[in-house]
Design a protein around this ligand. Structure first.
Ligand SMILES: Cc1ncc(C[n+]2csc(CCOP(=O)(O)OP(=O)(O)O)c2C)c(N)n1
Ligand code: SF4
Length: 309
């Protein structure tokens, strides 16, 4: 992988001054992804905050070929783009150069509405990297719960009150779903940019389909000050709420990329975020216990799959 010095001389392929909220992780993630892309990048972007804030006609923040797809079908569109690239090369109408084809969507467009298109892309074996910037809700339309919203989190459709205390289900395990297709599957976090960029480079050099889920803290939906984005991402990794790992060899090889020296309790990650404020009210201790138990269960299973326990 390129050194930090080399990376600092590469042109950013997404401009500054996007219209995301201050402190949004999504453009940070995209900048890291595009800096790591080994070949000429082409982006297919589902509707969501990233699209709305970077491609408001007639303006664009993208310095590369960019295709806006519908909310549900970024992976299907990217599959078509991959076929078109192959056909154009075969007919001699496109230079025989490598292209880094990347589809990107939020967790609503990935875990929920776009899932069948992603499954098709992975199953058919398109050479494409699908990236989810995972902010744990449908943020663009006003913070509705998604299949990736954590257990107990407040959203505008997982209320906190007498009848219900935030989201009632745990997160869908998208990486296991992608890995079950035999794809290269990993997750990453913007606070460990070198790990993130290594995985992107690996995925894009891989001769088949790949999926990377990237934690994307959202100050608006998660209710924390804009300056804390990278710190929140770090706490998620240190508490093993968002452990870093990758799955290769048709789902057979699991690698944990970071094992914290002192695993933090989940409360350290929850405390700075307003969406978990009710966890700390008297009588709600069971929410913390439940989230800690599920975090531990998933972390221990991961260590086992990676041969670390
Ligand atoms: C089929 C369809 N349903 C609903 C919408 C409205 N819509 C646009 S963006 C969005 C939320 C996107 O959420 P996510 O994919 O998580 O991305 P984020 O906004 O969080 O970046 C919704 C519901 C739509 N455009 N198309
Ligand atoms: S709502 Fe969240 S994800 Fe959307 S632009 Fe604002 S900070 Fe980013």
């Amino acid at each position: 992988m390129a050194t930090l010095k080399e990376l600092s001389t590469r042109e950013a392929k997404i401009t500054g001054g996007t219209r995301t909220c201050a402190g949004c992780a999504a453009p940070i993630i995209v900048r890291q992804v595009l800096l790591a892309a080994p070949h000429c990048p082409v982006i297919v972007n589902a509707t969501g905050c990233l699209y709305i804030t970077t491609a408001i006609i007639p303006y664009s923040s993208w310095r590369i070929p960019y295709y806006h797809s519908a909310f549900e079908n970024a992976a299907a569109v990217a599959s078509g783009v991959e076929g078109a690239i192959r056909a154009l090369k075969r007919k001699g109408r496109l230079a025989d150069q490598e292209i880094s084809l990347i589809a990107v969507g939020g967790d609503g467009g990935t875990y929920d509405i776009g899932l069948q298109a992603i499954s098709g892309m992975l199953e058919r074996g398109h050479r494409c990297l699908y990236i989810c910037y995972d902010n744990g809700a449908y943020m663009n339309t006003g913070i509705q719960r998604s299949g990736s919203t954590p257990f107990g989190a407040w959203t505008t459709t997982s209320h906190v009150g007498e009848a219900q205390k935030g989201k009632q289900q745990h997160q869908k395990d998208m990486i296991r779903i992608a890995a079950a297709h035999g794809a290269y599957a990993a997750n990453a976090s913007p606070h460990r940019w070198r790990d993130l960029m290594r995985k992107v480079e690996k995925a894009l050099n891989h001769q088949g389909p790949s999926f990377i889920n990237i934690q994307s803290p959202c100050p608006r939906g998660w209710r924390y000050p804009a300056s804390e984005t990278i710190e929140i991402a770090r706490l998620a990794t240190e508490a093993c709420v968002f452990p870093l790992y990758e799955v290769e060899e048709q789902g057979e090889k699991w690698t944990v990329n970071y094992i914290p020296k002192n695993k933090l309790p989940v409360t350290e990650y929850l405390k700075p975020q307003g969406r978990f404020e009710h966890f700390f009210r008297p009588g709600n201790e069971h929410l913390i216990e439940e989230l800690q138990a599920e975090t531990d269960r998933r972390w221990n299973r991961l260590l086992k799959l990676a041969g670390k326990s």
